[in-house]
Design a protein around this ligand. Structure first.
Ligand SMILES: [Zn+2]
Length: 563
């Protein structure tokens, strides 16, 4: 009896232990406001899954950000783009928590990083302090929330990375409480023919399926007549309480006649696999309509580790005369579930719309390297740049090449090389490779210039051209005037803009000494903080030099007074 109890207790303990991969309620909140999310973990973003949660900061910046547990700062990164000002702290348990888009760090961390910025004479820096060098306590203010980098509004991007493999994990696994009583929303439903003989409602192409809400809250789709191997896709979102933000759906399950055909959820993924998001969504549809349809079947090229259950890779083989009941379950973290039922009847019918395939002269085999010579420009795709074979559309023009369009995703970089031998040296200096955006505006692509060839490396298909930037950046003071007394000023800010190739570098000097200026590309502003240095001269000569991406440079000089 006792032995049994002991074994049972042991069993319970180990099973709980086995499950409790993630410590519960060990970590405190990084903010002292209710957690309302502007974005959740695993949310579908461009070329990646969101690796943390975005916590709304009440449309404000400067909220205290707390260490969620005792830790040591192990990485500080300041970048114009991406995470902006970001702090990584590693806890004794091995987990690393990440805080991004910060306005500034706590005074001791700020002092530590400013020394490095002044030493390197660069706003953008990345440093990895030794474990134990810069310790923080649980609940200590480590930073202030902001909107730096690629952030479209004030919020805190917060991550917890696993102790074993530094994979980002869903922060909600650790017991953070987010109020959510709202079911996920389904917007559209599609069926895909996957085998050559497949058909859906007399079509051999992707077909939209209509559905209606039932009295019990579930959705019922119109009956689908199909044959061959087909797959289901949907687009939708989840909302939490207290905010209208459209966030990602946590878990998805597809059942066919009661059997699970595919099941996946967002608890964790690796940065190495995140780009395979482009195989999870219908990328062609995304390129065309900027709308992400999630496929409930797994493409052969899809290497994502998010699946916990797969039968026939989620593909449904529909036989003539048989019926299939497909159930799609969309779940959020709180298990609020939206159910969609899709009745399918196997029926071979005469096709109304036969398979549409846009063919070109060039059928690209994805697993082989591919070279194309397009007069004046060459394109080289290394082996496995693409997930699938396809007819690639290539067009040559004057200093312009059309390399297919944005409806096909590339997994790796490919290179485009332009011949610039017909241009003078002066012109070569001003020219750069640009990608035309959806409005046909040239966007600077990092251009490697070597003699008579210009090369760029990119993962984006589309139209590339040679563009010329002859105009230097423009620098204008923002919060002061020349010869002004600036005694009570905390900051000095200037506006810097470039018309075409974009800002490459900027440097500022006061009385000949380099001073740190932060750069916010969203507002075209560079800012100097007067706390940085004691200005021991009454008359201060400010010099700002800004260079664009082809080397056009502007120097702005002014004098101000300060005591
Ligand atoms: Zn984020």
């Amino acid at each position: 009896m006792r032995i049994y109890a002991f074994i049972a207790a042991l069993f319970l303990l180990t099973s709980v232990y086995g499950q409790e991969k993630y410590p519960q309620n060990k970590f405190q909140s990084p903010l002292d406001i209710p957690l309302i999310l502007a974005g959740n973990f695993g949310e579908l973003r461009s070329n990646h899954f969101h690796s943390g949660i975005d916590i709304k900061t009440q449309q404000r910046e400067g909220l205290a950000v707390y260490a969620i547990d005792d830790a040591s700062v192990t990485r500080i990164k300041i970048s114009h783009w991406g995470y902006g000002k970001a702090l990584y702290i590693t806890h004794p348990s091995g987990y690393t928590s990440v805080y991004a888009h910060l306005q500034k760090f706590s005074p001791k961390i700020e002092e530590y990083i400013k020394k490095i910025q002044y030493k390197k004479q660069s706003y953008q820096v990345e440093t990895f302090p030794d474990f134990g060098e810069l310790k923080v306590k649980k609940g200590e203010v480590i930073a202030y929330s902001g909107n730096t980098g690629g952030s479209s509004g004030p919020h805190l991007h917060f991550e917890i990375r696993s102790n074993t493999n530094s994979k980002p994990t869903n922060p909600l696994l650790y017991g953070y409480d987010i109020r959510d009583a709202t079911d996920p929303t389904i917007l559209n439903l599609y069926a895909y023919p996957l085998s050559n003989d497949a058909q859906i409602n007399r079509s051999a192409n992707k077909t939209q399926i209509k559905f209606k809400r039932q009295a019990d809250g579930s959705y019922l789709a119109d009956k689908v007549y199909a044959s061959g191997t087909i797959g289901i896709g949907f687009n939708g979102y989840d909302r939490q309480d207290m905010a209208a933000n459209k966030n990602g759906i946590y878990a998805i399950e597809q059942l066919v006649n009661g059997k699970t055909y595919s099941k996946f959820k967002f608890d964790s993924f690796s940065f190495a696999e995140t780009r395979y998001i482009n195989t999870l969504i219908d990328y062609q549809h995304y390129g065309k309509y900027s709308q992400r349809i999630v496929k409930c079947f797994k493409d052969p090229s899809n290497k994502l580790s998010i699946y916990s259950d797969l039968h026939n890779d989620g593909k449904i083989v529909v036989n003539n005369g048989l019926t299939y009941n497909v159930e799609l379950l969309l779940k959020d973290w709180e298990n609020n579930t939206t159910k969609i039922i899709i009745p399918i009847e196997g029926k071979v019918q005469e096709l109304k719309s036969p398979k549409k395939v846009a063919t070109t002269d060039n059928y690209l085999i994805a697993k082989k390297p591919n070279n194309y010579n397009l007069e004046g420009a060459k394109v080289y795709f290394p082996a496995n740049t693409f997930y699938n074979d396809f007819y690639i559309d290539l067009k040559k023009g004057k200093d312009t090449v059309k390399i297919h369009n944005n409806e096909v995703p590339a997994h790796r970089n490919f290179t485009i090389t332009f011949d610039v031998s017909k241009y003078s040296d002066t012109e070569k200096k001003q020219l750069f490779i640009a990608r035309l955006n959806s409005k046909n505006l040239p966007i600077h692509a990092t251009t490697y210039k070597r003699g008579n060839t210009f090369t760029t490396r990119t993962k984006n298909l589309g139209t590339y051209t040679l563009a010329k930037d002859t105009i230097a950046p423009v620098i204008t003071p923002k919060n002061f005037k020349a010869k002004q007394w600036l005694n009570n000023y905390k900051y000095l800010s200037l506006k810097i803009v470039d018309d075409l190739s974009g800002i490459d570098t900027y440097n500022a000097y006061i009385n000949g000494e380099w001073v740190l200026m932060s750069y916010e590309y969203k507002t075209n502003t560079i800012t100097y903080n007067f706390d940085d240095k004691i200005l021991n001269k009454k008359e201060c000569n400010l010099k700002v030099i800004v260079t664009d991406n082809v080397g056009n440079s502007t120097t702005y000089k002014t004098t101000f007074y300060r005591k």
